[in-house]
Design a protein around this ligand. Structure first.
Ligand SMILES: [Fe+2]
Length: 149
């Protein structure tokens, strides 16, 4: 059996608002699950928990989650982002508005409007070097042991 991510907990200021926003983006549903609100994406549950219910933290650290989808599904997400008034960015540092073509597909990053978590929507999984690696930006963050494409 391949090891896969089953679920993760994301801290939030408002678990229903955060879960409903993500559920809308990824064509899923937000459902109560104990102290959490759960959104199933593929086979992975994203479980939102209100920050006040998590005694180990007094602030919300940024969580980064990337969702792989088809080109048509990304078009739908981009329309929804427009409706929500959320700007997509080409890069994870929010320098360039728009959609990137880093790995042979399209992708974008957003601040989720509830907590500022970073959701990434991609149509091709990461492989090899991103197209913009040589331009600088986040080249220092790229794994130097990675095999070139
Ligand atoms: Fe990513």
């Amino acid at each position: 059996m391949a090891i896969s991510l089953n679920h993760t907990i994301v801290l939030t200021k408002d678990k229903w608002a955060a879960a409903n926003f993500l559920a809308d983006m990824v064509e899923s549903e937000a459902k109560a699950f104990g102290p959490f609100v759960r959104v199933l994406t593929g086979e992975t549950d994203i479980e939102f928990q209100n920050i006040e219910d998590n005694v180990a933290n007094d602030r919300i650290p940024t969580t980064h989650l990337a969702f792989l989808m088809s080109e048509d599904e990304l078009d739908v997400v981009l329309e929804k982002l427009k409706r929500h008034g959320v700007q997509p960015y080409q890069d994870m540092f929010y320098d360039e508005p728009g959609v990137n073509n880093l790995y042979g597909g399209r992708g974008c990053y957003i601040h989720d409007p509830v907590d500022g978590h970073q959701w990434e929507f991609i149509t091709a999984p990461y492989s090899g070097k991103p197209a913009h690696q040589e331009k600088g930006g986040w080249k220092d963050f790229v794994d130097p042991t990675a095999v070139d494409a």
